[in-house]
Design a protein around this ligand. Structure first.
Ligand code: HEC
Ligand code: HEC
Ligand code: HEC
Ligand code: HEC
Ligand code: HEC
Length: 426
């Protein structure tokens, strides 16, 4: 039966039972969650996830006949009418914006028939088959995927990015973690959408690895995979301590997924320290230390962000004094065409980076300033600039211009500290 996953038969007998029931819609359906929570041992989790994240994801098929239209709907707004808290968090998260102008501006140049090419991107950004179809329909309309018929006010399904159903629904069956308190629903209860199949796979880091880790034979530069977050985590103490990705990125199961774009999240992941500056023989010496104290992988994990630590002398009027600025870049820098790695200065878990400052004291110096800036989308800024400059954005020109604006607007100051220099001179 197309609604069932052959690989799951035998492991999740409850899923199979639910599939079987869809053929007899008038029979009351037993909620899969009413069977005890399915606790899977580690290899079984892998098997579950291989099937769950086999892409392209199979079409959902026909909803069970007893489903109301809201139970059969796949758009996040519908889920949100009951799951209010998850919807509110998700809406603020980057997962809900995974089909922004940066990716849409590249997809508009693809032919509607090039579905394999679409998959190369949407397998992570908008993975449902129903989203793939919605993208094809939009590409087939002349104006491209950013547009839709004027009367339709909502966003098309593919434009809504990594939707709830992409993680939670296969063949109209809901999948999720066991209840937080470990209880199971009352067997007499008729839950909406036939309840859910509960599996510990949702609490496992490998759930996230499906999109945040390249396979071993995936694209690499300088012998290192371009995305290696799961392996970085696995080698860290967090894996040994049983702190999965979810423990930091979905605290208390909240659907936040805060990362490098969120100043508070980044502050929680690093400790920044300065020693009092000293002046000897007219030379200012100072040290800025950045330690990865709470990031479960490299800080940062991807090639896309850039963290810049700066130390400089400032005049009483707040001017940066000439030739006194020293900077240290924390990033895995790669060329915009991904042909070469330029440098890799990321900080592994529990390691630290030092910025040693030794510069002549400027005669107008009033203070020494330490600043750490974060450019979460530095790589994309470079990419979009080169696409626009080379007139390579094609039909996506307007969208790429918007993406460039967004990618520079995400920069923020993580840390700023001033030390008076005259006091240090004494
Ligand atoms: C009509 C209301 C309603 C709608 C619409 C709805 N749900 Fe549910 N959902 C529920 C209820 C009620 C439960 C059972 C909660 C319980 O008993 O612990 C549930 C359970 C779940 C669970 C399991 C929760 C757990 O503890 O693991 C997941 C996952 C889930 N829903 C996802 C979705 C998704 C995704 C959508 C949209 C595609 C959706 N639901 C639409 C009402 C709804
Ligand atoms: C289906 C693929 C997919 C899965 C599964 C997935 N993600 Fe993501 N995630 C993405 C994509 C794509 C983005 C980028 C969204 C954007 O900005 O366009 C992203 C963004 C993020 C970000 C924001 C990063 C930033 O730049 O600030 C975090 C954090 C994150 N994911 C964590 C997780 C965690 C934790 C899990 C597992 C519970 C997970 N993701 C599962 C695809 C996925
Ligand atoms: C293996 C999963 C995966 C695939 C496949 C993938 N991406 Fe992403 N993409 C991510 C993740 C994770 C992020 C967020 C982290 C980052 O910024 O690097 C992201 C971020 C982005 C961003 C910046 C954020 C935004 O939404 O503007 C763009 C643009 C983008 N991807 C475009 C693409 C394009 C185009 C393709 C296809 C050629 C593609 N991606 C394929 C996982 C993926
Ligand atoms: C990137 C994948 C992903 C997306 C997108 C996603 N979820 Fe989840 N969801 C998870 C994971 C993983 C967990 C379990 C987290 C844990 O156990 O720490 C979860 C847990 C849940 C739960 C159980 C919560 C609890 O407190 O027990 C519900 C209900 C749920 N999700 C509904 C939704 C809804 C509704 C949406 C969309 C608004 C959504 N999810 C989007 C991955 C996702
Ligand atoms: C101990 C807490 C912790 C754990 C565990 C953890 N992270 Fe993070 N993560 C952070 C912090 C803090 C940041 C912000 C700093 C940064 O970007 O490195 C972050 C940032 C990110 C980002 C933003 C992109 C980037 O370049 O940094 C992504 C994506 C991400 N994490 C995914 C994951 C995934 C997937 C896992 C599991 C394999 C995971 N994280 C485990 C704390 C954690």
């Amino acid at each position: 039966m197309s609604l069932c996953f052959p690989a799951l038969i035998g492991i999740l007998a409850v899923a199979l039972a639910a599939c079987g029931d869809t053929a007899k819609p008038t029979t009351p359906v037993k909620s899969p969650a009413q069977a005890a929570a399915v606790q899977l041992p580690a290899p079984e989790i892998e098997k579950f996830l291989d099937a769950h994240w086999a892409r392209p994801i199979a079409p959902q098929g026909k909803p069970p006949a007893r489903f109301t239209s809201i139970e059969a709907a796949l758009d996040p707004d519908s889920c949100g009418s009951c799951h209010v808290a998850q919807f509110k968090d998700w809406k603020e998260s980057l997962h809900s914006r995974a089909m922004g102008p940066g990716i849409l501006g590249q997809l508009v140049n693809m032919s509607p028939d090039a579905t394999n090419e679409h998959q190369d991107c949407i397998r992570c950004h908008a993975p449902l088959k129903e989203q793939a179809d919605s993208l094809v329909a939009a590409l087939a309309r002349e104006q491209g995927p950013g547009s839709r018929p004027a009367k339709d006010s909502g966003l098309a399904l593919h434009e809504q990015g990594l939707v709830c159903a992409a993680c939670h629904v296969r063949g109209y069956q809901r999948y999720g973690p066991p209840r937080k308190d470990g209880s199971v629903p009352d067997s007499a209860a008729q839950l909406p959408h036939n309840g859910w199949v509960s599996t510990a796979a949702f609490e496992d880091s490998r759930f996230c690895a499906s999109c945040h880790q390249f396979p071993k034979d995936g694209f690499a530069l300088n012998g290192k995979l371009l995305e290696n977050t799961y392996e970085e985590w696995k080698a860290s103490r967090y894996a040994r301590e049983g702190k999965a990705c979810q423990s930091c990125h979905m605290p208390d199961r909240r659907h936040l997924w805060r990362g490098i774009h969120d100043p508070e999240m980044v502050k929680a992941g690093v400790a920044i320290d300065v020693k009092p500056a000293r002046i000897q023989s007219g030379v200012v010496s100072a040290t800025l230390t950045i330690k990865n104290t709470g990031t479960g992988h490299y800080f940062p994990t991807y090639v896309t962000p850039k963290v810049v630590a700066e130390t400089y002398q400032e005049s009483a009027g707040g001017q940066v004094l000439k030739d006194t600025l020293r900077e240290y870049i924390i990033a895995r820098q790669v060329s915009p065409d991904l042909s070469a790695e330029i440098a890799d200065t990321r900080i592994a878990p529990d390691e630290q980076a030092l910025l040693d400052y030794r510069v002549r004291l400027h005669r107008d110096a009033a203070s020494l300033v330490y600043r750490v800036r974060v450019e979460p989308d530095a790589f994309y800024t470079g990419l979009y600039r080169s696409l626009l400059a080379g007139k390579q954005a094609g039909k996506g020109e307007r969208l790429i211009a918007q993406a460039l604006k967004d990618s520079t607007a995400s920069a923020f100051t993580l840390y700023l500290h001033r030390q008076p220099l005259r006091a240090a001179a004494r």
